[in-house]
Ligand binder design. Structure first.
Ligand code: ADP
Length: 400
């Protein structure tokens, strides 16, 4: 009778073992057991215990789910791996993980470790573990783990994203402060500079009595310098205005050809002095909804540049062609031209590009930046093509 009951409990035990093995095999969580090839004495100081674990720990059991987390096909392939092969021993996160386990009565729940997979890639696992103590030593540690690498990456991305947003906000604020400063400074500078112009003008018109030739010569120099100064102040003010979010266009329906003719007429003296000849190649009768003053200034800027960067007696060709949804305006010159590598740079703020004439013509590299901003604000575009020493064509497209 006794023999029969022994064999029954033996069978029960076998079944229990099988059920346990099946559970471990089929679990989606990683299940492992690290043995210590030299049992860990409980009375060591914690730091020595940590070193001991790294030195003597090796993988004695691992299910397939765990193996997959490290890039292996099956648990069997991993058996015998040293703890340090999987878990860098110099990583503070891992040292603190083991310290928490040892100081917490040899058990731990849901703590992250930093590990390395078969391909040398970083992995992060959330672990729960408990030690088996025999006598005065820990002999093995059982545990489960979940792969939280992707989750951690998402957390890191979210954090980086948040930091970027904060940085962007700070930069936008900084930029606004700079724009406000430029606007305020140029505004404050304009009033006294204009007063200087006014009083030099009065002197030159002999309001304070007749002037000698030398006095007139020196005043003319002062007048010209003051003009340049006012020009720069006005450009700074215009930059601050166009860069501010509050810049508003006042749009009306305008005939583009008429606007160009008016721009040419305003530039009459400059063109005349330069003996530049304007040719109207093609002039479609087309209307657009634009801010008349701003677009006219943009045209004046382009025509002035065409004149400035050409030798006297050059030809400027203007073309206005209506397309289905937009009007195309081309202003071509026969001047010094622009290298292809500088096409983008010439539209940048306060950027001048050296050419054969840039030493003799005035400018502060502001014009094309402003022109591009104005045209973009209208929903249009501007581009350039050029042949060095032969000439350039600036093409503006404005929506109808
Ligand atoms: P600025 O004329 O004050 O230098 P712009 O912004 O109007 O400033 O022009 C930027 C640069 O583009 C100029 O320094 C010049 O090198 C180049 N550029 C502009 N228009 C022409 C043109 N029609 N022909 C040749 N170069 C030009």
């Amino acid at each position: 009778m006794a023999a029969k009951s022994d064999s029954t409990s033996q069978t029960e035990l076998e079944r229990e073992k099988e059920r346990y093995a099946a559970f471990v095999r089929n679990s989606s969580e990683g299940i492992w057991c690290f043995e210590l090839d030299k049992p860990l004495p409980l009375n060591l100081p914690t730091n020595d215990k940590i070193d001991w674990c790294f030195q003597h720990g090796y993988l004695a059991e691992a299910n397939d789910a765990m193996a997959h987390m490290y890039g292996y096909k099956s648990g069997k392939k991993m058996l015998g791996a040293r703890l340090t092969d999987l878990m860098p021993a110099d990583d503070t996160q891992n040292i603190e993980y083991l310290r928490a386990f040892l100081d917490n009565g040899y058990r731990l729940n849901g703590v992250e470790s930093h590990e390395i997979d078969k391909y040398g890639k970083d992995k992060y696992f959330r672990n729960s573990l408990v030690a088996v103590v025999e006598g005065d030593c820990v002999v093995r540690v059982w545990g489960t783990q979940q792969d939280v690498t992707e989750l951690r990456k998402t957390d890191e991305l979210t954090l980086a994203n948040r930091q970027l947003k904060a940085q962007r906000k700070a930069l936008v604020q900084l930029n606004k402060t700079k724009d406000d400063f430029i606007a305020l400074a140029s505004h404050q500078l304009r009033t006294p500079a204009s007063a200087v112009k006014q009083y030099i003008g009065l002197l030159m018109e002999n309001y304070a009595g007749p002037l000698s030739e030398d006095q007139m010569k020196y005043l003319q120099i002062a007048y010209d310098s003051n003009e340049r100064q006012l020009h720069i102040i006005n450009d700074l003010l215009k930059t601050a205005q166009i860069d501010s979010q509050q810049f508003e266009l006042i749009k009306t329906r305008v005939n583009i050809g008429d606007l160009l003719k008016s721009a040419v007429s305003d530039l009459g003296a400059t063109l005349g002095m330069h003996h530049s000849d304007i040719e109207w190649r093609h002039l479609d009768d087309v209307e657009c909804s634009v801010d008349k003053n701003e677009i006219k200034l943009a045209f004046i800027n382009l025509l002035d540049n065409a004149c400035k960067y050409s030798y006297p007696g050059s030809k400027i060709t203007v073309d206005v062609s209506a397309r289905k949804n937009y009007v195309k305006i081309s202003i071509s010159d026969t001047g010094v031209g622009i290298d292809k590598g500088d096409y983008r740079r010439i539209f940048e703020k306060f950027t001048r590009v050296d050419n054969n004439l840039s030493d003799t013509v005035r400018g502060n590299g502001f014009g094309l930046y402003w022109v591009k901003r104005i045209i973009n604000l209208h929903g249009g575009s501007i581009s350039v093509t050029s042949m060095p020493k032969k000439g350039s064509t600036f093409t503006v497209r404005l929506p109808l």
